[in-house]
Design a protein around this ligand. Sequence first.
Ligand code: UD1
Length: 421
Amino acid sequence: MEKFSIEGPSKIRGEIKISGSKNSSLPILAATLLFNKPVIIKNLPKVKDINTMISLLRSLGSKVILSKDRRIAKIYNKKKIKTFASYSLVKTMRGSILVLGPLVAKYFQSKISLPGGCLIGARPINYHLDALKKLGMDYILKDGYILAKSKGKLKGATIKFPKISVGATENSIIAACLAKGITILKNCAVEPEIKDLTNFLNLGGANITWKGRTCKIVGVTTLNKTEYSVMSDRIEAGTFCVAATITGGNLDVLNFDAKIINTELNLLKKFGAKIKIYKKKLSIKGPKNIKSVTNIKTGEYPGVATDMQSQLMVLMCKANGKSYITENIFENRFMHVAELRRLGAKIIIKKNKAFVEGNTKFIGAELMSSDLRASVSLVLAAMVSKGKSIIHRIYHLDRGYENIENKLKKIGVRIKRLNYE
Ligand code: UD1
């Protein structure tokens, strides 16, 4: 196990290159199970969740050849594939459920472990199962597993999701590509990662079109040899933009299309950041005094990303007034609050709202990571704390942030990865 030691306060300066999107790579890698021909996926981020998905594909029988730098995967599927995803693989990453749709669509069966809840909420998969059932999948739940099968090809259907879900939208789109006939999905999530998945599948010969939150998929019989480069990670980019804003820093964010975090950038402007947008780059300058933005609500895209909630809360702690943030996506996504309090934050939680007292003077402390995004908010807070902070359980960060300590070091943060003696 490893930990971070961060010596604050920091002022960041320089440039940062954004890695490929984790949340885009996961469904795209799962969707490669639909292909008979080789598929090449480029710009994969070097993070643990991608290793887990690749291990899962290999355990199913896909042949995955990684380039030396692990950013490019060449994937071939054998004629016969195993359709069993074990608990040991699924428990480490809920995104593993994304192999259910393609396995049933292509191989007509799957046995996959039920993902458990996690710290940020119960995270059920009922919308995934209901939608796939409407496409013709039968299933039972037994001994912690989903035993699913279909009588031959899935059949196109019209499905309206009762609530917007990123994962259920992705699983259903992937499955519907090889279904007989037309599928209409209504009330879909429209996160940029879902559009990236659509672009990949269409390049491979799928027939997917969008109108607002409605997605139309005309089933095809087979998908072709394809080469695709995954989009850049908008949450990584947004996190570094908060880092620049909170430290009064000056940062160029490279390899990134700023349009996809328009909502969050507009918020950062209200906090006082000055932002310039170029073709594949943005420049951000943090203010001397952070203004308070009194009321922020997370929501489905194009709303404020829930994956940016904890980072924005750190900014609210440092702003010059009181404010509050409402978490509308996950029921228990305030685990970072107790840790931020250890640094001196004054935050009160009432149901899904966190009321934040501004003007906090953070003082370094020992902190515990609890999930991916909560952990990165601790890194941000430690960067603007006086003195040394130690952050434990950083394996949560390694799931989704590529080489974060080296990227931060390069822009002026005094951060070290340490082993426990
Ligand atoms: C994805 C992202 C995650 C992000 C989240 C919301 C990946 C790998 N993860 O997670 O980083 O925070 O979108 O933007 O892309 N729900 C149900 N039943 C279901 C499915 C979802 O009740 O079958 C609920 C969830 O508990 C949650 C809400 O719907 O309260 C939204 O979840 P969803 O959009 O599905 O999130 P994920 O796809 O799990």
